[in-house]
Design a protein around this ligand. Sequence first.
Ligand code: URA
Length: 432
Amino acid sequence: VNFVELIARKRDGLALEPGEIAAFVEAAVNGDAGDEQLAALLMAICLRGASPRETQLLTEAMRDSGERWRLAEVVPAVVDKHSTGGVGDTVSIIFAPLMASCGVPVAMMAGAGLGHTQGTLDKLDAIPGFTPVRERADALARLEECGACLAAQGEHIAPADRKLYALRDITATVPSLPLIVSSIMSKKLAVGAGRLILDVKAGSGAFCKTGAEARALAVELVRVAESAGVAVRALITDMAEPLGAHLGCANEVRAALDVLDGGGSGRLRELTIALAAEALSLAGRSVAQAREELTAAIASGQARARFDAIVRAHGGDPDPDLLPRARKTMTVTGGRAGFVQRIDGEALGWVAVGLGAGRRRSGDQVDHGAGITVHVQVGDRVEVGSPLATLELGTATPDERMVADRTVAAFGIADRPPTDRPLILSRLGGSG
Ligand code: URA
């Protein structure tokens, strides 16, 4: 394959042939094409797009660039869950023990934080001793022991995605629908759960800023999953404000424990139950049955006990008192009375990153004790001086005044209450 010709064809808007897509993906792994050629092709795809067939072929070639775990061949009921990433979204840490306590095994490939969002892998890393699995044999062993396996991508799963994602990150080619779909789905298909629940976020705290963008992404993810024989459901959900009240690694583990203990933030609990009910419906339960079962698993303490078992099976200590804490806290208050109209999730996410809860550059150390606790929700009435958020400072020593100003600016307060916005915007997949 002549890579210059291949790049020129995509530059001119022509569709790539299956052999060309295979050669591109192979070159990403074995170095047959230089980084400049790979990056040029990524930019051409970003600008010209890709057909559904090209996206499917790209996904499958990326899946096949490394190991395939084929977990469903050994554990047919295993379900995977993926969120496109948001702020205060700690659903995965609740979902795994909740589903497992209802008898449905869960396998998830957790990712590190991207941009202003915190990743599940970083949150799990806040638990002393917790070690995600990186090998198929360990994944199967964890499923057998505790009904859940939490994995990290490692070197052998979709290596073409690792290479291409790193190039996309530095060439402004992350926001491309076919590249996002092939990146996410190549990893899902390589792990090989036969059932998949997708939470596609829309709003200021998400990568898709509008419902229309999120829907386009969800439609493509569902199409690629179904074409590969995976039973899939997707919810498109609101990320205009943080999902839970807590941002930051240890903070979000504590927030997950609050929900597993029967309390916690209402929106976080509501979305977790909705996604878990979709997963149980893939396992044959009616929605009404599913909700009853999930509520009972929390109320009886079984879901929480399963969390402890999952953490122990992954080498960790589930004692919440061992989670890292902030060095110092600082509460910011509102300067006017009114109703909370908006809470800018992205802005708060970046403040949390600045406190050390995420990475500005790959390779940065994450401070597991740093974060933010938000005290209000959209629609709440506030007075002058009402606490809006508490900043939890870790080892970083930011300009406290600037950080406080940026935090206050993330809250929009107006005279009138906002119009109600649903948490779940729509549902796709199966009969939905
Ligand atoms: N998550 C991924 O794994 N890949 C993308 O391209 C975007 C989000």
